[in-house]
Design a protein around this ligand. Sequence first.
Ligand SMILES: Cc1cc2nc3c(=O)[nH]c(=O)nc-3n(C[C@H](O)[C@H](O)[C@H](O)COP(=O)(O)OP(=O)(O)OC[C@H]3O[C@@H](n4cnc5c(N)ncnc54)[C@H](O)[C@@H]3O)c2cc1C
Length: 370
Amino acid sequence: MDILSSLEPIVRELIAPAAAHTDSQAVYPRQALQALGSQGLLGLISAADVGGMGAGLPEAVQVVERIAQDCPCTAMVLTMHYCGVALIEPFAAEDTRRAIAQGRHITTLAVSETGSRSHIWAPTGTAAAQGPSAVLLNAHKSMITSAGEADSYVWISRASTGEGNTLWLVDSRLPGLQIPARFDGMGLRGNASSPIIAQDVAVPLSCRLGEDGRGEDVKARYLMPYFPTLIATTSVGLMQGVLRRALQHVAHTRFAENGSGLADLPTIRAYLAKAQLKADQARLLRDDAVQAVLAGRPDAKTRLLQCKAAAAEAALEVSDTAMRVCGGAAFRKDLGIERLFRDARAASVMAPTTDVIYDLLGKALCEAAA
Ligand SMILES: Cc1cc2nc3c(=O)[nH]c(=O)nc-3n(C[C@H](O)[C@H](O)[C@H](O)COP(=O)(O)OP(=O)(O)OC[C@H]3O[C@@H](n4cnc5c(N)ncnc54)[C@H](O)[C@@H]3O)c2cc1C
């Protein structure tokens, strides 16, 4: 499936030229999403029987990585869309699935809350039974990409009865949903990552994604392959983009004093070599995570968490190096480096945060050694 050939013109002609404006004006990348939809790329992982492309994780990785080289903001919006689709596909009604496949419906993940913060496995939002066929959702979601822009939210709440969590497909136009503040972030500024308040939002039981109280199992099965991998991929693409820009600057910048260039400085070359190594290590770990998922390897979960942490942390270092080797010029907007530097900050604090991942992985190591 040659997905990249239909994606490339959209990136070159629309996404890359709009990226600085998307950032400076905090504009949601609506036009880019419409163009992606027109090429079937919003329905990339939707099943063929509803009109989707029937692709999976490797193709989603390709698309997100390419877009992130020029606009990590658009790549993150698409990441959250694909993550939502991964949960919608097994459970939702055919008309919603078909609208996604046809590029008419954008979704996102509404998980993080002001109460549970980055501990996304412990939501405080509730789903109270309202008669035999509906629930009332109440929650204060903290930062939701595409808030007020997406057509639906894949929403997590506490179970409506008993223990555990439950996932819902929530129509973003339902009464009782409010966006109290516009997103004005440091990076990924076009993401519309605003809070969402739900006050007695009536949702039909038919919009439940999986069994009541089994949200963590549903996420582990359907979301886990996509979520860490695609956030990691946004970082992987971002690193390629920031290194490409830094190398262009270094290769073409000269000192009038003697005609030598930045590229003649061994320190600058060493910084670049180390940054490329970091970026490649993260990409290879991400590739191995994808292989682990496809092969059903027992280490798949570990690899998925590792690749998200490794890529997020590498992006912090690599974008920092790009700022350093380009000197004061990198402070200017025109190189595009400071935008990617700011965008790179998000992934490490997006749940599961790097520090939460370190704790999970470290705990598993210690338990295995005990
Ligand atoms: C740009 C952006 C877009 C986002 N989009 C979405 C979205 O679409 N959907 C969504 O649901 N959420 C989204 N989020 C929210 C995100 O997933 C996190 O939940 C949120 O950023 C965590 O912020 P917080 O202030 O609540 O962190 P806190 O939980 O307060 O964490 C603060 C610090 O403590 C550390 N910490 C917390 N718990 C532990 C622990 N157990 N062990 C070690 N360290 C710990 C964290 O790593 C962090 O460094 C987005 C966030 C950003 C920045």
